[in-house]
Write a protein that binds this ligand. Structure first.
Ligand code: ZN
Length: 415
């Protein structure tokens, strides 16, 4: 397997193209949800169908009949749903709470049959005829066509069309694969040394970076409560006018929420860029509800959104986004010469290591641990890969006033 890269490009879409794309997305989501219905069973995970071929054989002709979608888009929708069900089954096996996947976000996977790239535009299959929106790019930058489709080093694989309701824009995430080497490890960034920014998401602070920057989220909590209060008042009135006002309020709230998270995502990516980080590491969010029982729904919503936004914004700046196992990141001492892990190390917002006495903000401690976990995992991978020749590659975690390495602890100012 080669290394994959994703580029994000905004599309200039006319009203007519917009309609066609929305209608295509609607039918695509219909196919994905129908597939999930077919595959899912609430009884037991052994009853869930996860064999892609079986599912395709059962549903493909039917869905082609029922929709105006082109063959590849029907297949892509089936594939997406089967993969989502498969992921749920894996978590179910581990005893985690799961429910049938549902698809509501307007994203569609295109391959070389359903999307054709030209220098300044892309031709996309829709339920009508094909549409050809052009790319929105700075004048002097190479187009995705020049950069990836024509590239000797990258093989164009597939692209995902994504509608962003907050900005009312369509984006294309173009995914390519390096083909000049079979060495997957050392090629990600062209060099094997890396610097990582660790991010902790939590209730005390929405996000904290390993560089010690805090996104407190106090005003986020405040406004979520205010909106809730207003909603409660309107619901009590129960008049038709109040009902309409309630709908308007809901829309306003959603737009505000998205804008808020957008801003944090941008700042977070800038933090990585300013500190020369190649990677932003988050915790895996799949079990966030179980791990953070005190998190309200608007927190969980914010975590997922933030991760999503950063995942598509960071690659534009040449920064990749990774997730690590979340276990014990808040109980572990982040001093690399200690690493003592104990429940009693954490007291609310404060961390105090019971072994070495290290005292620091608990979320900052967790953010460093997340960075270190990624660094360790990667260093291990580099060393155990016989072909990479990068056994001495360095993976550092950017912290406040210095860097941490998987093994050695360098002196840190202000740490
Ligand atoms: Zn310690």
């Amino acid at each position: 397997m080669g290394v994959r890269r994703t580029a994000v490009v905004k599309l200039a879409v006319s009203d007519e193209q917009r309609d066609a794309l929305h209608r295509t997305a609607e039918q695509y989501l219909y196919c994905a949800n129908r597939t999930a219905d077919y595959c899912w069973s609430d009884t037991s995970y052994t009853e869930c169908e996860t064999n892609k071929r079986e599912v395709r054989d059962a549903l493909y002709s039917e869905l082609r009949e029922e929709t105006d979608l082109q063959a590849q888009l029907v297949q892509a929708a089936i594939k997406r749903a089967v993969e989502a069900v498969k992921a749920c089954v894996e978590r179910w096996k581990k005893g985690q709470r799961v429910s049938q996947p549902t698809f509501t976000a307007e994203t569609m996977d295109y391959d070389t049959r359903s999307a054709t790239f030209y220098r300044n535009k892309v031709s996309l299959a829709t339920v009508e005829s094909r549409v050809e929106p052009s790319f929105v790019l700075p004048a002097d930058s190479p187009t995705p066509y020049e950069r990836y489709v024509l590239s000797e080093n990258y093989e164009f694989r597939e692209s995902t069309l994504r509608y962003d309701a907050a900005t009312d824009e369509f984006y294309l995430n173009i995914s390519t694969r390096r083909i000049d080497s079979d060495d997957e490890v050392s090629e990600d960034t062209g060099h094997s040394d890396q610097t990582v920014l660790g991010i902790d998401l939590g209730v005390n602070s929405l996000a904290v970076s390993s560089t010690g920057r805090f996104w407190q989220g106090d005003d986020y909590d405040h406004w979520c409560r205010e909106f809730e209060k207003r909603r409660g008042e309107m619901q009590q009135r129960g008049t038709q006018a109040a009902h309409k006002a309630l709908l308007r309020l809901g829309k306003r709230e959603e737009a505000w929420r998205k804008q808020y998270i957008h801003t944090i995502a941008n700042e977070l990516v800038s933090e990585a860029v300013e500190h020369d980080c190649d990677v932003i590491a988050f915790e895996d969010l799949s079990d966030i509800r179980e791990r953070l029982p005190q998190a309200k729904w608007h927190h969980v919503w914010a975590f997922r959104r933030l991760f999503d936004y950063v995942s598509y914004k960071a690659p534009e700046q040449g920064v990749s986004v990774e997730q690590v196992e979340p276990t014990h990141t808040s109980q572990r001492c982040s001093r690399t010469d200690c690493g003592f892990t104990h429940d009693g190390n954490r007291h609310g917002e404060q961390f105090e290591c019971q072994k070495c006495g290290y005292e620091v903000n608990a979320d900052y401690n967790a953010a460093k641990n997340i960075g270190v976990r990624y660094a360790r995992k990667r260093q291990h991978k580099l060393r155990s890969s016989p072909k990479s020749g990068s056994g001495d590659a360095q993976v550092d975690v950017r912290v406040n006033g210095g860097t941490l390495n998987g093994e050695s602890h360098q002196p840190l100012a202000g740490d």
